[in-house]
Design a protein around this ligand. Sequence first.
Ligand code: UDP
Ligand code: MG
Length: 317
Amino acid sequence: MKLAIIVPCYNEEEILPKSINKLSNLLKSMIDEDLCDSSSRLLFVDDGSKDKTWQIIEETSKKKELVAGIKLSRNYGHQNALIAGLSSIEADAYVTIDADLQDDINTIKDMVNAYHKGFEIVYGVRKERKTDTLFKRQSAQLFYKLMEIMGVETIYNHADFRLLSNRAKNALMQFKEVNLFLRGIVPLIGFKTTTVYYKRKERDAGESKYPLRKMISFAWEGITSFSTMPLRLITTAGFIIFIISIIYGIWVLYEKLFTDHAVQGWASMMVVLLGLGGIQVLSLGIIGEYIGKIYKETKQRPRYFVDKTTEVFKRQD
Ligand code: UDP
Ligand code: MG
């Protein structure tokens, strides 16, 4: 069985040499244990790094047969880097893992064992989040909860550490959308699925490439790519406001026609005006989000370009 371990890297020069070492030792031991055969590869995807990431990948690939790499023409983001890696190599099974090795690499063995038992998708799920900062933990929790409320099916505490069989990968490749959110798409593939558990460690070196800004935009992508719930909320809010304004209108009319203390004030006018105005703008904004997405999808732009690949990689395929 040929295994491909795919590692997206964005400015990871600090940690990469260590990661390459650990992963290639792991792969070697897996080959020795007959968990996979010697055609298995580690594929590093350089997502347009500005540091020495590509040089490191290229140099190691000359020394180590198991190591291969592709370099994307610019930074396309984690999700696209994963897709680029998956579609650049043919194997019987694929494992995707982050370059910082926060995910326990020994779990890969469990994943491959599950594959041998006939599972086609194996999710790596972290047991607890003790090592993350309180803020990261809370915001991640909020993210999963929000996704759930919005009706997006995701695997709790599963990031992009997973095994896909070749069949599952080919299925995944048929999702042509540009707004990629793998955690939402993979559960849509189906097939025999299981989870393996592991402890997540702290980043050994370098900084998180997911600052708050990217995390929020990632969550927003996830929600607007998978759910139309925000639109429905707006509709509901609009409906409620409509009902209230009718009741208010009736009361105003009643005051005007049947009592003599009617003070048809500027204030009440403004309240209604501003309230409705606000809602309208908000609705337009959200509808615009979706239209923006439709616009992006209809263009069917390519998701990435490969700049170069390592020598080993060319020889092999
Ligand atoms: N990454 C990438 N492109 C990007 C940002 C990140 O390929 O634009 C890679 C990064 O090198 C790492 C993985 O995606 O291997 C996850 O990033 P990070 O560890 O910074 O995220 P966190 O673990 O903090 O969520
Ligand atoms: Mg990380």
